[in-house]
Design a protein around this ligand. Sequence first.
Ligand SMILES: Cc1cc2nc3c(=O)[nH]c(=O)nc-3n(C[C@H](O)[C@H](O)[C@H](O)COP(=O)(O)OP(=O)(O)OC[C@H]3O[C@@H](n4cnc5c(N)ncnc54)[C@H](O)[C@@H]3O)c2cc1C
Length: 504
Amino acid sequence: MDADVVIAGGGPTGLMLAAELGLLGVDVVVLERLAGPSGESRAGGMHARTMEVLDQRGMLAPFLAEGRRLDGAHFSALPLDLTGFESRYPFLLVLLQRHIERLLEARVAELGVPVRRGVEVAGLSQDADGVRIETSDGTRLRARYLVGCDGGRSTVRRLAGIDFPGTPASLTALLGDVELADPPEEMIFQERRPQGNFSVLGFEPGWYRVLTTEFGAGAAPDTPPDLDELRATLIRIAGRDFGMHSPRWISRYGDAARQADRYRVGRVLLAGDAAHIHYPAGGQGLNTGVQDAVNLGWKLAAVVRGGLDHGAGDDLLDSYQAERHPVAERVLRNTRAQTALSRSDAQTDALRETVADLLDIPEADRRLALMITALDVRYPVGGPAHPLLGLRAPDVDLTTDAGPVRLYELLHAARPVLLDLGAEVLVDGWADRVDVVAATPVDPVWTAPVAGAVAAPRAVLVRPDGHIAWVAAGAVDQDSLRAALTRWCGPARATSPVDVGARR
Ligand SMILES: Cc1cc2nc3c(=O)[nH]c(=O)nc-3n(C[C@H](O)[C@H](O)[C@H](O)COP(=O)(O)OP(=O)(O)OC[C@H]3O[C@@H](n4cnc5c(N)ncnc54)[C@H](O)[C@@H]3O)c2cc1C
């Protein structure tokens, strides 16, 4: 084998997956078609759950240092309030995709994961033991797994024979990062006119993002858009061009919404835009891809490093699709709804007013904001019911013999953590794979989106992606704990009893 895992595509999803696998000691290589950074602005920021997953790996600080905080998100340009959310990051972090990619690539380099640029995956075949990958430069690589993080037009998806059903584009949108000689006095978040919509947003000092949307505009031309086309479109919709000049990047996109029907075929998997595309309403695409990577990374690492290869890890790998497909399906649904709400006609005006009225109800505003930020995602992890089960763990403060610690700090190594909060937990058969941490919660009540306020449990199994896989509210049911450990960490192994010194 040339590598345990080959990742096709070094966008945000591929880089995050490379960082997860590199951290866990997996022999991983990224193949990226582009010779250098794309320089594309695209995504404008990160939502709370993405910041949390970066925090779980101790890599959030540089992103926070470069980004700008906004305390609101939006649903089809109807404002959503994020303040007061039960997260350490109750805001939107405005940071362009090229900066996010640069910071992720720096992390990948720190971990020593090779990113081979200018190399494109062009062919693949798989057998029981691995995948043979052909690249555009004629090189052949053999790996145990291949993950297609190669974007919406994924070659890996096509070569693996995975269908991408969904709905075609019903609108044409243009985006330009430009300078404006005559900018509007205030940012125009979204103005709906009979001819379409436009927005003028100040992203970074000195230049603006101009967006136009035309509905029912028919098939978009194949030619790349230029400043003249953007200007003409803006004048058609807004009646003026704000003196635009000096474009940095101009792009055309639509609202096609499609999702891979399978996220895994044997040893080939998909993540990010390769698995799902949709209109970029609400800023969810990059976030969903990074969270796919965090869901998949530790599972793939457990399979290749933990001796679960050759079928024994199938359930664990299949849980990736079971957990992440419904999340992206919901994103497709909400972006379709947002597109419908942004049309310009009397019926849509009435619908928008109705939705805006409903969003005056704090609980309705909160429901949509939780969905857009993905703080409400609950995975079907099984096991005894508890309000926190399957949700992302709140980043609670804990006291241990070694001093105070936040729960997310305990996840920096991307290993499962069994928090012993005053119960008796037995993990002898899993001591090599699970960090047992004896701690006392600082707060006797934990609050989390969806779950609300819950008495601090006696013991909790937190997966490396930060989701709660098992909870004991009172006395520990060792059978259900063993079942959860088997499901998420593999079968028990004859190991020495828990090394108490390893506990904090
Ligand atoms: C206008 C616009 C605005 C957006 N705004 C937001 C936003 O605010 N928030 C948000 O979360 N998302 C936003 N998105 C979506 C976001 O940009 C994507 O969801 C995100 O880039 C997906 O990341 P990815 O790594 O999965 O795919 P990509 O970023 O597409 O990366 C795929 C990589 O694979 C490489 N590649 C392709 N084929 C091959 C091959 N055969 N072999 C090797 N490499 C290959 C490509 O060169 C590329 O680098 C926006 C998108 C657009 C178009």
